[in-house]
Design a binder for this molecule. Structure first.
Ligand code: ADP
Ligand code: MG
Length: 232
Protein backbone atom coordinates (compact mmCIF):
# COMPACT_ATOMS: atom_id res chain seq x y z
CA UNK A 1 0.00 0.00 0.00
CA UNK A 2 1.13 3.53 -0.80
CA UNK A 3 -0.43 6.29 1.25
CA UNK A 4 0.09 10.06 1.30
CA UNK A 5 -1.33 12.35 3.95
CA UNK A 6 -1.66 16.10 3.46
CA UNK A 7 1.31 15.99 1.13
CA UNK A 8 2.65 19.40 0.14
CA UNK A 9 5.45 19.96 -2.38
CA UNK A 10 6.69 23.41 -3.38
CA UNK A 11 9.01 24.42 -6.18
CA UNK A 12 10.06 27.83 -4.95
CA UNK A 13 6.88 29.60 -3.88
CA UNK A 14 4.57 27.52 -6.03
CA UNK A 15 2.79 24.58 -4.39
CA UNK A 16 2.85 21.81 -7.00
CA UNK A 17 1.10 19.56 -4.45
CA UNK A 18 -1.29 21.36 -2.20
CA UNK A 19 -2.30 18.82 0.43
CA UNK A 20 -2.71 15.44 -1.27
CA UNK A 21 -4.12 12.57 0.75
CA UNK A 22 -4.45 9.48 -1.36
CA UNK A 23 -3.93 5.78 -1.21
CA UNK A 24 -3.01 2.98 -3.62
CA UNK A 25 -3.96 -0.46 -2.34
CA UNK A 26 -2.01 -3.62 -3.05
CA UNK A 27 -3.09 -5.15 -6.33
CA UNK A 28 -5.06 -2.11 -7.46
CA UNK A 29 -4.88 -0.69 -11.00
CA UNK A 30 -5.15 3.08 -10.74
CA UNK A 31 -5.08 5.64 -13.51
CA UNK A 32 -3.83 9.03 -12.34
CA UNK A 33 -5.22 11.58 -14.75
CA UNK A 34 -5.28 15.35 -15.03
CA UNK A 35 -4.04 18.15 -17.26
CA UNK A 36 -0.40 19.11 -17.78
CA UNK A 37 0.99 20.85 -14.73
CA UNK A 38 -1.59 19.45 -12.32
CA UNK A 39 1.07 17.70 -10.22
CA UNK A 40 0.93 14.07 -11.39
CA UNK A 41 4.67 13.60 -11.89
CA UNK A 42 5.46 15.42 -8.67
CA UNK A 43 3.07 13.16 -6.76
CA UNK A 44 4.42 9.86 -8.05
CA UNK A 45 8.02 10.95 -7.49
CA UNK A 46 7.13 11.06 -3.80
CA UNK A 47 6.00 7.42 -3.85
CA UNK A 48 9.59 6.15 -3.71
CA UNK A 49 11.39 9.09 -2.19
CA UNK A 50 12.69 10.79 -5.32
CA UNK A 51 11.28 13.99 -3.83
CA UNK A 52 10.96 14.97 -0.19
CA UNK A 53 7.74 16.42 1.24
CA UNK A 54 7.69 20.04 2.37
CA UNK A 55 5.00 18.84 4.74
CA UNK A 56 2.81 15.79 5.11
CA UNK A 57 3.85 12.15 4.87
CA UNK A 58 4.26 9.33 2.38
CA UNK A 59 4.20 5.72 3.53
CA UNK A 60 4.84 2.47 1.68
CA UNK A 61 3.48 -0.56 3.50
CA UNK A 62 2.93 1.61 6.58
CA UNK A 63 6.57 2.69 6.78
CA UNK A 64 7.58 6.27 6.08
CA UNK A 65 9.47 6.39 2.78
CA UNK A 66 12.44 8.20 4.32
CA UNK A 67 12.58 5.83 7.29
CA UNK A 68 13.49 3.04 4.85
CA UNK A 69 14.35 4.41 1.44
CA UNK A 70 15.70 1.10 0.13
CA UNK A 71 12.43 -0.65 0.99
CA UNK A 72 10.41 2.08 -0.71
CA UNK A 73 12.58 1.92 -3.85
CA UNK A 74 12.32 -1.87 -3.87
CA UNK A 75 8.56 -2.02 -3.36
CA UNK A 76 7.69 0.83 -5.73
CA UNK A 77 9.08 0.38 -9.23
CA UNK A 78 9.11 3.55 -11.30
CA UNK A 79 9.09 3.82 -15.08
CA UNK A 80 9.79 7.36 -16.18
CA UNK A 81 8.53 9.46 -19.00
CA UNK A 82 10.67 9.22 -22.17
CA UNK A 83 12.40 5.92 -21.36
CA UNK A 84 14.94 6.44 -24.15
CA UNK A 85 16.72 8.92 -21.88
CA UNK A 86 16.92 6.66 -18.88
CA UNK A 87 18.75 3.54 -20.00
CA UNK A 88 22.03 3.00 -18.20
CA UNK A 89 23.55 0.30 -20.41
CA UNK A 90 23.90 -0.47 -24.11
CA UNK A 91 22.33 -3.91 -24.04
CA UNK A 92 18.98 -5.07 -22.73
CA UNK A 93 20.17 -7.55 -20.09
CA UNK A 94 22.82 -5.19 -18.71
CA UNK A 95 20.24 -2.45 -18.36
CA UNK A 96 17.63 -4.63 -16.67
CA UNK A 97 20.29 -6.00 -14.31
CA UNK A 98 21.26 -2.55 -13.05
CA UNK A 99 18.72 -2.32 -10.21
CA UNK A 100 19.30 -5.81 -8.77
CA UNK A 101 23.07 -5.26 -9.06
CA UNK A 102 22.69 -2.20 -6.87
CA UNK A 103 20.89 -4.34 -4.31
CA UNK A 104 24.09 -6.38 -4.14
CA UNK A 105 22.36 -9.66 -4.99
CA UNK A 106 24.33 -12.76 -5.99
CA UNK A 107 24.88 -13.11 -9.75
CA UNK A 108 22.60 -16.15 -10.06
CA UNK A 109 19.71 -14.22 -8.47
CA UNK A 110 20.35 -11.26 -10.74
CA UNK A 111 20.32 -13.47 -13.83
CA UNK A 112 17.11 -15.17 -12.71
CA UNK A 113 15.43 -11.78 -12.14
CA UNK A 114 16.53 -10.43 -15.51
CA UNK A 115 15.18 -13.50 -17.25
CA UNK A 116 11.86 -13.32 -15.40
CA UNK A 117 11.50 -9.57 -16.03
CA UNK A 118 12.17 -9.97 -19.75
CA UNK A 119 9.70 -12.84 -19.92
CA UNK A 120 7.06 -10.69 -18.20
CA UNK A 121 7.29 -8.10 -20.98
CA UNK A 122 7.59 -10.75 -23.69
CA UNK A 123 11.19 -9.95 -24.57
CA UNK A 124 12.59 -13.42 -23.89
CA UNK A 125 15.87 -13.87 -25.68
CA UNK A 126 16.45 -10.11 -26.13
CA UNK A 127 19.16 -9.91 -23.44
CA UNK A 128 22.12 -9.30 -25.74
CA UNK A 129 20.29 -6.97 -28.12
CA UNK A 130 21.40 -3.34 -28.30
CA UNK A 131 18.78 -0.96 -26.89
CA UNK A 132 19.45 1.66 -29.57
CA UNK A 133 18.38 -0.84 -32.24
CA UNK A 134 15.01 -1.61 -30.64
CA UNK A 135 11.65 -0.18 -31.63
CA UNK A 136 9.89 2.35 -29.39
CA UNK A 137 7.54 -0.28 -28.04
CA UNK A 138 10.38 -2.67 -27.29
CA UNK A 139 12.25 0.09 -25.47
CA UNK A 140 9.20 0.92 -23.41
CA UNK A 141 8.98 -2.74 -22.42
CA UNK A 142 12.71 -2.83 -21.52
CA UNK A 143 12.10 0.14 -19.21
CA UNK A 144 9.24 -1.79 -17.57
CA UNK A 145 11.44 -4.88 -17.25
CA UNK A 146 14.07 -2.77 -15.49
CA UNK A 147 11.52 -1.81 -12.86
CA UNK A 148 10.17 -5.37 -12.60
CA UNK A 149 13.64 -6.77 -11.92
CA UNK A 150 13.38 -5.15 -8.49
CA UNK A 151 10.33 -7.39 -7.91
CA UNK A 152 8.20 -4.44 -6.77
CA UNK A 153 4.70 -4.81 -5.38
CA UNK A 154 3.73 -1.54 -7.08
CA UNK A 155 4.65 -0.47 -10.59
CA UNK A 156 4.27 3.24 -11.38
CA UNK A 157 4.48 4.44 -14.99
CA UNK A 158 4.61 8.13 -15.83
CA UNK A 159 3.09 8.80 -19.27
CA UNK A 160 4.20 5.41 -20.63
CA UNK A 161 2.46 5.85 -23.97
CA UNK A 162 4.09 9.11 -25.04
CA UNK A 163 5.68 8.69 -28.45
CA UNK A 164 4.44 5.14 -28.92
CA UNK A 165 2.56 4.12 -32.02
CA UNK A 166 -0.64 2.14 -31.73
CA UNK A 167 0.79 -1.42 -31.81
CA UNK A 168 3.46 -0.45 -29.25
CA UNK A 169 0.83 1.09 -27.03
CA UNK A 170 -1.24 -2.08 -27.29
CA UNK A 171 1.75 -4.25 -26.39
CA UNK A 172 2.48 -2.17 -23.28
CA UNK A 173 -1.18 -2.21 -22.25
CA UNK A 174 -1.24 -5.95 -22.74
CA UNK A 175 1.80 -6.39 -20.45
CA UNK A 176 0.30 -4.10 -17.80
CA UNK A 177 -2.89 -6.13 -17.80
CA UNK A 178 -0.90 -9.36 -17.34
CA UNK A 179 1.12 -7.86 -14.47
CA UNK A 180 -2.03 -6.66 -12.77
CA UNK A 181 -3.62 -10.09 -13.21
CA UNK A 182 -0.53 -11.57 -11.54
CA UNK A 183 -1.10 -9.36 -8.47
CA UNK A 184 1.12 -6.30 -9.02
CA UNK A 185 -0.49 -2.97 -8.30
CA UNK A 186 -0.18 -0.66 -11.30
CA UNK A 187 -0.38 3.14 -11.33
CA UNK A 188 -0.47 4.72 -14.78
CA UNK A 189 -0.05 8.47 -15.04
CA UNK A 190 -1.63 9.78 -18.21
CA UNK A 191 -3.59 12.65 -19.68
CA UNK A 192 -4.92 10.30 -22.35
CA UNK A 193 -7.37 7.70 -21.12
CA UNK A 194 -7.95 5.74 -24.32
CA UNK A 195 -7.87 1.99 -23.61
CA UNK A 196 -6.10 2.19 -20.29
CA UNK A 197 -9.34 3.07 -18.58
CA UNK A 198 -10.80 -0.32 -19.41
CA UNK A 199 -8.07 -1.88 -17.23
CA UNK A 200 -8.49 0.49 -14.30
CA UNK A 201 -10.11 -0.34 -10.99
CA UNK A 202 -10.06 3.34 -10.16
CA UNK A 203 -9.33 6.74 -11.66
CA UNK A 204 -7.86 9.55 -9.57
CA UNK A 205 -8.06 12.99 -11.15
CA UNK A 206 -5.65 15.79 -10.27
CA UNK A 207 -6.12 19.48 -10.80
CA UNK A 208 -3.90 22.31 -9.55
CA UNK A 209 -1.98 20.20 -7.05
CA UNK A 210 -4.90 18.33 -5.58
CA UNK A 211 -6.69 15.04 -6.14
CA UNK A 212 -10.10 16.42 -6.97
CA UNK A 213 -11.97 13.23 -7.83
CA UNK A 214 -11.45 9.52 -7.33
CA UNK A 215 -13.69 6.57 -8.09
CA UNK A 216 -14.44 3.81 -10.56
CA UNK A 217 -14.13 4.69 -14.25
CA UNK A 218 -17.93 4.54 -14.59
CA UNK A 219 -18.38 7.03 -11.80
CA UNK A 220 -15.59 9.43 -12.76
CA UNK A 221 -15.59 9.51 -16.57
CA UNK A 222 -18.79 11.50 -16.95
CA UNK A 223 -17.27 14.32 -14.86
CA UNK A 224 -14.06 14.71 -16.83
CA UNK A 225 -15.20 17.00 -19.60
CA UNK A 226 -13.82 20.20 -18.18
CA UNK A 227 -10.70 18.81 -16.60
CA UNK A 228 -8.40 18.76 -19.61
CA UNK A 229 -8.32 14.99 -19.79
CA UNK A 230 -8.73 13.22 -23.11
CA UNK A 231 -11.64 10.84 -22.72
CA UNK A 232 -11.78 7.46 -24.40
P1 ADP B 1 2.15 17.03 -14.41
O1 ADP B 1 3.00 15.80 -14.32
O2 ADP B 1 0.72 16.80 -14.01
O3 ADP B 1 2.23 17.69 -15.75
P2 ADP B 1 4.12 18.27 -12.69
O4 ADP B 1 4.14 17.52 -11.40
O5 ADP B 1 5.20 18.01 -13.65
O6 ADP B 1 2.69 18.10 -13.34
O7 ADP B 1 4.14 19.83 -12.39
C1 ADP B 1 3.31 20.43 -11.41
C2 ADP B 1 3.68 21.92 -11.30
O8 ADP B 1 4.99 22.05 -10.79
C3 ADP B 1 3.67 22.66 -12.63
O9 ADP B 1 3.22 23.98 -12.39
C4 ADP B 1 5.13 22.67 -13.04
O10 ADP B 1 5.41 23.79 -13.83
C5 ADP B 1 5.84 22.74 -11.70
N1 ADP B 1 7.14 22.04 -11.73
C6 ADP B 1 7.33 20.73 -12.01
N2 ADP B 1 8.64 20.39 -11.93
C7 ADP B 1 9.29 21.54 -11.57
C8 ADP B 1 10.66 21.86 -11.33
N3 ADP B 1 11.62 20.93 -11.41
N4 ADP B 1 10.96 23.14 -10.98
C9 ADP B 1 9.99 24.07 -10.88
N5 ADP B 1 8.68 23.83 -11.11
C10 ADP B 1 8.32 22.59 -11.45
MG1 MG C 1 4.11 14.79 -15.76
Amino acid sequence: MIETRDLVHRYGDEAALDGVSTRIDDGEFVVLAGPNGSGKTTLVRHFNGLLEPDSGTVEVDETDVFADLVAARTEVGMVFQTPRDCFVAATVAADVAFGPENLGLPRADIDRRVEAALAAVELDGYGERRIDRLSGGERARVAIAGALAMEPSHLVLDEPFTGLDWPARESVLDRLEALHDAGTSVVVVTHDLRDVVSLADRIAVMSAGRVVRTGTPDAVLPDLDDRGVRRP
